[in-house]
Design a protein around this ligand. Sequence first.
Ligand SMILES: NC(=O)C1=CN([C@@H]2O[C@H](COP(=O)(O)OP(=O)(O)OC[C@H]3O[C@@H](n4cnc5c(N)ncnc54)[C@H](OP(=O)(O)O)[C@@H]3O)[C@@H](O)[C@H]2O)C=CC1
Ligand SMILES: O=C(CO)[C@H](O)[C@H](O)COP(=O)(O)O
Length: 459
Amino acid sequence: MKMSNIGVIGLGIMGKNIALNMLNHGFEVSGYNRTFERTKVLINENIPSFHGFEKLEDFVNSLEKPRRVFLMVPAGQSVDDVLVQLSELLEEGDIIMDGGNSYFEDTNRRHKQMDIHGLKYFGVGVSGGEEGALKGPSIMPSGDKDAYASIGKILEDISAKKDGEPCCTYIGPEGSGHYVKMVHNGIEYADMQLLAETYLILKYTAGYTNSEIADVLEQWNQGDVQSYLVDITVTVLREKDSVTEHDLVDVILDVAGNKGTGRWTSIEALRQEFNASLLTAAYQARIMSNQLALRDAYRKEITNDKKNVDIDKVHQAYKLAKTIAFAQGFDLYRDASNKYSWDLNLKQIAAIFRAGCIIQAKLLQDIMHAYDDGADDLLLYHVFKNEVLENAPALKEVIVQSIDLPLPVFTAALAYINQLTSTCLGANIIQGQRDFFGAHTYQRVDREGFEHHRWGSHE
Ligand SMILES: NC(=O)C1=CN([C@@H]2O[C@H](COP(=O)(O)OP(=O)(O)OC[C@H]3O[C@@H](n4cnc5c(N)ncnc54)[C@H](OP(=O)(O)O)[C@@H]3O)[C@@H](O)[C@H]2O)C=CC1
Ligand SMILES: O=C(CO)[C@H](O)[C@H](O)COP(=O)(O)O
């Protein structure tokens, strides 16, 4: 038997398809799964370059050196469990890649732990879902730069391609790849929620059917808001239920799941003291959908009178809010890059998101142009600044027209714009209160320095 170029551990939805993708690109691939059943399924496909093993030791021994092992198991304890087993079998210089959605601080820790064993550890963000894993995902690898040479070819070969370029690039040290994937998912949550809110506006304010909403989104998808998420939302809206013959979306429970990346993005944004309000509002919307007792106690039929909705304005509002969501995500990268000294290449990150991944969108091309033009904070870039100022009235009008609908991310976008454009945020009052109760001091507009005041002495 030929030695394998790479081994995949965890042959579930993603791992199986990543392994098939590697096989399709001509690599010899070994496979191992905690329970042998899944490995057997792949063995039974009789792919000559696939070698499935029941014992981890045999799997490890089937790999050429330095061994390359790609993990695709759930984030958290599962990864640590596999690493304990692997570190006993692998040798100095071997490489482990964690392709799951691991928390980046865990990846930082594991990088150090594996280093003690002489193993090279890579956090590898992967985006693209089941289809992307098979046909080409967007891949965000991070770890020791010198060791990237040993894995770069495989990862770049199996990644999606845009204009002939791989949607995979070395991101930076330690857990930076998982950080980039985490915030990618934060942006994903925001864009998904914006599309869900667009659906609410078109359904309850405009009175459109699901199929009419799908037609609107299909039209939008030919233009400036083109994206994978808009595209799949069209399909989701048009799908029929085989049991009831209703539209499938009408029989899906109004409760959203999540596996943690959106929550981590919000937590990290707060830790960085960075306002990622749209990303956080989208995660909170998912939490809210699960508050069934509260919702049941207050629920009433939506009685919005049907109104003449200007679809162009909804389009403008969506475009604007989407731009702010992406800008918050990319500015969060910039902030993290400075804080953690990662030296992230933001233009490259935008570039590898353009194909294969869930947030692939035309907007990413504009973001690349902005970085080419020397943009730093994206909303200070003149193109995006003009867009915010031009489309803000439409966003306001759309929200006012649907004032009784739950639109947390659209309204977060409006609140953000109002914060940007307002001469006063009320922070003067906050500083007065803080100084009153805690002598925290404040700064004045007319002289330098921090001052404390004896409040009440000049009422
Ligand atoms: N689904 C998606 O769209 C995407 C998922 N991801 C990430 O990829 C990773 C895998 O996800 P996915 O393929 O969807 O998940 P699946 O549930 O389909 O597969 C999980 C795999 O991990 C194995 N596994 C579970 N627990 C352990 C454990 N304790 N020790 C060893 N192996 C274990 C399972 O083995 P067994 O058969 O024995 O249960 C199974 O093969 C996750 O981190 C996920 O967040 C990333 C991008 C997209
Ligand atoms: O990483 C992904 C897509 O990019 C996974 O599909 C992830 O599971 C999506 O997050 P959630 O399950 O929290 O909606």
